[in-house]
Write a protein that binds this ligand. Structure first.
Ligand SMILES: Cc1ncc(COP(=O)(O)O)c(C=O)c1O
Length: 443
């Protein structure tokens, strides 16, 4: 049967029963849609009541190869026959080395690299924080407003996206300074690109490093090449290069958080490739294992801890997750899925721009590759964030068979699998258009 196909308005009776039990036993987290999934294949998701949906989320930018990819499944099944776990930090096995070799080769930078495997994005960021402090006399960090780097106590100190993420958890890790990001649609300096001459980057050196924190007190600058959770905000050309220049000239490590942007999502294996910037450390997770939990940091080998016990974990480099990683990276490379993401992303953007002529509430369509978003605003009120309408849009889409996720204050993100069939992508965009049509007219 073809998606979308809605037999019963979600949540149906089986979904409602699961949601009720979930509410009773699971900690409150970030759930946004009453969708109870039974199975998923490619870009199609089936819920427990038999509804079929088109997935524009990839399970939050994880299933970049589509759900239950056959080749990854085969690699995982073969690995399950031989070895599940043997503490890859304490012992040796081939598949972990193979995954590290692939990452060292595929990440930007023509220099020897090393890898530390983790179990999630936040754990990758924690490892990067420790690696930076280990190497640098300065122990403080520069990060960006609106950024999201995770929710454990180190990464949370870098995160500055939504107040609720930090509220009641202070004191945060000390020594993190936040500066405005290059959010051109809502320029923090009320300037316009390119006349601004990248003031938001230049002022970091001219204002913050001059008057707030001496560069030698800094261990690293953490940045997302394209802000994810904070609203899929894409900096203008030249911004990332300028950040790199500031880091280099002031001898500060540059750490690219590619947890969400990595693994082909933006039309390149890693988003920094679009900018020509070569970071000292790249943090990864999400799409790395196609749905098996694994993260990594890939870094200049000269930064290695070099002392046993300084950093380690139990599950990092789990054999089954590494088998999924090796298969994932090889498939993307073999099939050129980054390029596919670019082509489909352009097509998606064109459709979104057409829709924007019909719906003034679509304030800004932005992104790159298959990492795109629309910021919803009340155009008549000068870009006032249309939060209620954004939430309604996500509900309308779900009830028509399209799965969406929010980001930023009033944006909706589009991150379908890179393998999504062209007709399914078009059907998804048709549903999106219908959903915009269903919003109240006054915007
Ligand atoms: C850029 C970025 N860094 C870190 C994280 C944290 O990853 P995790 O949820 O796996 O801890 C996320 C999650 O959305 C992310 O988008």
């Amino acid at each position: 049967m073809k998606a979308p196909h809605i037999k019963i308005k979600p949540p149906g009776p089986k979904a409602r029963e699961i949601i009720q039990r979930d509410d009773r036993y699971l900690a409150t987290s970030t759930k946004t849609s009453p969708l109870a999934v039974k199975r998923a294949k490619g870009a199609v998701v089936e819920d427990v009541d038999g509804n079929l949906y088109i997935d524009f989320t990839s399970g939050v930018a994880v299933a970049n190869l589509g759900h239950v990819n056959e080749d990854v499944l085969e690699a995982v099944q073969a690995q399950l026959q031989d070895l599940w776990h043997f503490a890859g930090t304490d012992f040796y096995y081939d598949v972990q080395v193979e995954a590290a070799e692939l990452l060292a080769r595929l990440t930007p930078g023509d220099f020897p690299k090393k890898v530390f495997f983790t179990n999630s994005g936040t754990e990758s960021v924690e490892a990067a924080i420790k690696l930076a402090r280990w190497n640098r006399e300065g122990k403080q960090f520069l990060a960006f407003m609106n950024s999201f780097h995770g929710r454990t106590m180190g990464s949370l100190a870098l995160t500055a996206s939504k107040r609720v993420q930090r509220e009641r958890f202070a004191p945060w890790m000390p020594g993190v300074h936040h500066v405005p990001y290059a959010y051109c649609y809502r320029c923090p300096y009320k300037l316009t690109y390119p006349e601004c001459d990248l003031w938001c980057a230049k002022t970091i050196e001219e204002t913050y490093l001059r008057g707030l924190v001496p560069p030698k007190e800094l261990a690293a600058i953490f940045f997302e090449p394209l802000q994810g959770e904070g609203g899929y905000v894409l900096p203008p050309p030249g911004w990332t290069k300028e950040i790199e220049r500031i880091a280099r000239e002031n001898e500060i490590l540059l750490i690219a958080d590619e947890v969400q942007t990595g693994i082909g999502r933006t039309g390149a294996m890693f988003a920094v490739e679009h900018t020509g910037v070569v970071p000292d450390v790249i943090t990864l997770a999400k799409g790395l294992g196609s749905g098996l939990p694994i993260g990594a940091i890939v870094f200049d080998a000269r930064l290695d801890f070099g002392v046993k016990g300084a950093h380690s974990n139990t599950f990092g480099g789990n054999a089954v997750a590494c088998a999924a990683t090796v298969a994932t990276l090889k498939i993307i490379e073999r099939e050129g899925l980054q390029k596919r993401a670019s082509v489909l992303g352009e097509r998606m953007h064109k459709r979104l721009e057409e829709m924007r002529t019909l719906f003034p509430i679509m304030g800004d369509n932005r992104g790159i590759g298959l990492m795109r978003a629309t910021e919803l605003v009340h155009a008549s009120e000068g870009k006032e964030p249309a939060v209620k309408e954004r939430n309604q849009l996500i509900d309308e889409a779900l009830s028509r068979g399209l799965i969406l996720l929010p980001c930023g204050e009033s944006a909706v993100r589009y991150a379908p699998p890179l393998t999504i069939e062209e007709d399914l992508l078009e059907s998804g965009l048709d549903v999106l258009e219908e959903s915009f049509k269903a919003l109240p007219k006054a915007s």
